[in-house]
Ligand binder design. Structure first.
Ligand code: NI
Length: 138
């Protein structure tokens, strides 16, 4: 871990009370710990708005595996993005429904394109993207 630096923060009383409640509710040991987490979260969110940055994340899709040609379609899409897919896990939720977690590492624009294609595949009922980071700078 980097050397810690201290800095002062001026903040409205009401906002600080709400923040302290947040700190307690999040089981943080102190304000500093909570503030560090919030800053990192904001920096990661900001990073995801900068198209050609390299990031890590996971795309989760839920679909009905009886849907005609869907399984082939999903496999073809994933082969097209083999350069950014690190791994994928398939879970059979019940008789009809599957959940797949596709772990990605690569350029943001490529990750979004993959997400769009998976989401648009006919028979995919839900898709969501967990945006994370390679944590090189935070
Ligand atoms: Ni399945």
């Amino acid at each position: 871990m980097d050397k810690l630096k201290r800095f002062g923060v001026s903040i409205e009383k009401k906002l600080l009370e709400r923040f302290d409640k947040y700190v307690r509710g999040g089981n943080y040991r102190n304000r500093s710990e909570a503030l560090r987490d919030l800053i990192r979260k904001e920096l990661v969110d900001r990073q995801w708005t900068e198209g050609n940055e390299e990031v890590a994340g996971a795309i989760i899709i839920v679909y009905n595996h009886h849907q005609k040609e869907l399984m082939d379609n999903l496999v073809n899409i994933q082969h097209d993005y083999g350069n950014i897919i690190i791994s994928s896990q398939h879970v059979h939720l019940d008789h009809d429904t599957c959940l797949e977690i596709v772990v990605v590492k690569g350029r943001i624009d490529e990750v979004f394109k993959l997400e769009e294609r998976l989401k648009a595949a006919k028979g995919v009922k839900h898709a969501s993207l967990a945006k994370s980071t390679l944590a090189r700078e935070i």
